[in-house]
Design a protein. Structure first.
Length: 522
């Protein structure tokens, strides 16, 4: 393996050079004198924990930010700073983690949007369509140009995003967490596409938290930590454990599950339906969770998982069916679920997990401020702050003091704050609090490998103490690694839960697309 601080050479002639890139936000140095080179026909992976500077670096490259110091050259020409149009004209394309497509427009209109005048002649549109079809065929990105984007699967939408870049003659492609919402089959198809692109001479910057796929796809791997480039290395000699250590600056311990007994049913839902609204609904969903088990809900994002999690926190009322906790029918009243010791780890940690303008200590008690932090309607501030300090120490919440606004914390530290609040219930000094049910919705989304290992260990420990854990995740590696049983959600419907050992990744991928036969899902 290449030693930290050394630079492995690119495979082909250099098409992109970043020299001495530095970017500051006040006193924070997001990028610190970073120099990188990308070769023709090369895949360069960019790794780093949350806050390492990856997003800032590619935002500078694509013109969204302006570097305080340093230069960028693309194909031997200086790249004007702070100008996305200049980046596109230079042959740089970017596929964002969250797609930027207009659902109400066709594939064709999404791809050519911004490249043709609104009053373009029919002949011009015909030439544009022919170019789109030729590009799709050349790289194996099969899509129907006339299809409305709203009707496409997640994998098909990603193809459209890649086609948008290729249509604009991109020769360097930046992919930000490209497999985060894909099924295994869709991820395999993406890797095949990347092979065609590289074979045609395109160069790719690949950003991902998944070490296995980085080692599979990349030629070289660049690791950032605390804004600095700490290593670039040849992927052929890379090891996952060493990459993780480079990312976080210490050895990352693999989570360990303790042997323990699974108990009786803690929570059950029967025939629950929720109409679609701002989120996908549920269609006759039934499920039971036992004490001491982790039950995983796999599926492509947007198929009803959020509705299921909200039902099990009292945030959403079913139009039919029953929801029971410890044998008692539960109302759609969040306070009732909190009082019944149900812990919630929401998917949108910034939007609904914390109040951004509230301090760390205020967010620490946000769900349980009545007990034990208030008496006769008066908040016991000193007790609340002591609790928040103990929680922060125990769950390693970094990035500021008790009075720091939650919005100033990194995503990983916000998640640690939420996790601590969920698992301590106001008793951070010890294991006095044991939630009966933990609803963990995408608990590690966007977190680095160190934070992921930390969250996983906490969930395993909670289940060993007797909590039932519902784990909703788009990450199949996470589902397979942690769960005792797995069910798959598609279009608001849920397969029966089966032991994790009875699922193959191929079966999970088919079920995620709704293609698994009923006999296989039973």
């Amino acid at each position: 393996m290449t030693a930290p601080g050394t630079v492995a050479k690119p495979a082909g002639e250099a098409v992109l050079r970043l020299a001495g890139i530095t970017k500051r936000f006040g006193e924070i140095v997001a990028n610190d004198d970073i120099s990188l080179t990308l070769g023709r026909g090369e895949v360069l992976a960019l790794l780093g924990e949350n806050g390492a500077g990856k997003s800032t670096l590619v935002s500078i490259l694509f013109g969204h930010y302006v570097a305080d110091e340093g230069t960028i050259t693309a194909f031997g020409e200086p790249l004007p700073p702070g100008d996305p149009g200049a980046a596109i004209a230079a042959g740089i394309g970017m596929v964002h983690q969250h797609f930027t497509l207009a659902d109400n427009l066709s594939v064709f209109d999404n791809v050519v949007l911004g490249t043709e005048p609104l009053w373009a002649l029919r002949a011009d549109r015909a030439r544009a369509r022919a170019k789109l079809v030729a590009t799709a065929e050349r790289f194996g990105l099969a899509v129907n140009p006339a299809a409305r984007v709203a009707s496409l699967s997640v994998g098909e939408r990603q193809r459209v995003e890649i086609l948008k870049a290729l249509y604009r003659d991109a020769r360097i492609l930046i992919l930000d967490e490209p497999t985060s919402v894909l099924t295994p089959q869709e991820a395999a198809a993406l890797f095949a596409t990347l092979g065609r692109l590289v074979g045609d001479g395109l160069s790719i910057i690949f950003i991902s938290h998944k070490l296995a796929e980085v080692m599979r796809v990349a030629d070289r791997i660049a690791v950032l930590r605390a804004g600095k480039l700490v290593a670039t290395l040849d992927s052929r000699h890379a090891e996952a454990s060493k990459l993780a250590e480079l990312m976080v600056g210490r050895a990352v311990r693999k989570p360990v599950a303790r042997d323990h007994r699974r108990g009786e049913t803690v929570c059950s839902i029967s025939g629950v339906s929720v109409p679609s609204g701002r989120q996908s609904g549920l269609d006759g969903v039934s499920l039971s969770l036992r004490a001491g088990e982790i039950l995983g809900i796999a599926g492509v994002s947007g198929n009803g998982q959020d509705a299921l999690a909200d039902v099990l926190c009292g945030l959403l009322e079913p139009v039919s069916g029953t929801v029971k906790l410890a044998g008692r029918v539960m109302p759609a009243v969040p306070r009732a679920w909190i009082d019944a010791t149900v812990a919630r780890i929401p998917a949108d940690r910034h939007g609904v997990g914390v109040v951004g303008d509230f301090s760390v200590w205020e967010n620490a008690i946000a769900e349980r401020y009545r007990r034990p932090f208030a008496s006769a309607g008066i908040l016991r501030r000193s007790a609340a702050r002591r609790y928040a300090k103990a929680l922060s120490d125990r769950f390693d919440v970094r990035g500021g003091g008790l009075d720091t606004p939650a919005r100033a914390l990194s995503g990983g530290n916000v998640q640690k704050l939420i996790l601590g609040r969920a698992l301590t219930g106001g008793f951070a000094q010890g294991d006095d609090f044991a939630p009966v049910l933990i609803v963990a919705n995408q608990p590690t989304w966007g977190l680095d490998v160190g934070a992921v290992a930390y969250v996983h260990q906490r969930l395993l420990d909670a289940s060993a103490r007797g909590a039932a854990v519902l784990l909703v995740s788009d990450d199949l590696d996470e589902i397979v690694a942690l769960c005792d049983r797995i069910a798959v959600m598609h279009a608001g419907r849920l397969t029966p839960a089966r032991p994790a050992s009875e699922w193959t990744r191929a079966d999970l991928g088919l079920a995620m697309t709704g293609s698994v036969p009923a006999t296989r899902a039973a």
